[in-house]
Design a protein around this ligand. Sequence first.
Ligand SMILES: C[S@@+](CC[C@H](N)C(=O)[O-])C[C@H]1O[C@@H](n2cnc3c(N)ncnc32)[C@H](O)[C@@H]1O
Length: 204
Amino acid sequence: MREFIYYSRTAPTAGNYIKENLQESGRIDIAIHTVISTFFLSHAIRTDATLHLCFAGPPTPPRHIEIKPVTEGQTGVDKIYLAKTNVSAVIKKLLYKYKEGEKNEVFPGFWIEKKGFLELANDLAEEGRNIYALDQKGEDIRTVEIKENPIFILGDHKGLPGKELKRLKKLYTPVSIGPRTYFASQTIAIVNNELDRREAEGRL
Ligand SMILES: C[S@@+](CC[C@H](N)C(=O)[O-])C[C@H]1O[C@@H](n2cnc3c(N)ncnc32)[C@H](O)[C@@H]1O
């Protein structure tokens, strides 16, 4: 099992802020690509991943969306049909369905609540989880030790929140996937691939 925390300081925190032009909707397009690269395989949805979307954009930050799609059962009853073409509509619906004071499970395996990036990361660290921050200056992913059930933190086009990360400093290991600056979604694809390889070789 692997988890990703995607932090976006611009992604909108209300459904009506997602307009037809996704790039102009707080760069929600990046979050959508992140969902696709976390879960979509050729003709399959991953069941070994969870994605946390931490949105800090207008109008009512923060929002924490947690996604661990249910893939078993009847569509429309036990699970939703998640396709590359409807990720935007699913995120929009989740934002509309936020309920104050609750972690609301809007669809099976899709939750929304009011929780900030730092609080979420601290909660997971307190549970004893192994946290890695995706950072070009970190240790090479090919050689770094990755412990079981890892959590990887990554940022949007503006990167990770420096101030919050400083407060988390002792709780994570910085990891680099290579010498260039990649899209958030490309970063996830590379991490997923590295973890798949380690699992197949019995190294994780
Ligand atoms: C498009 S990049 C962000 C670029 C932003 N200007 C910055 O300086 O962070 C999106 C995210 O992908 C991850 N990322 C990109 N390239 C990486 C690399 N070579 N190693 C590790 N993580 C990387 C980082 O978490 C980054 O926040």
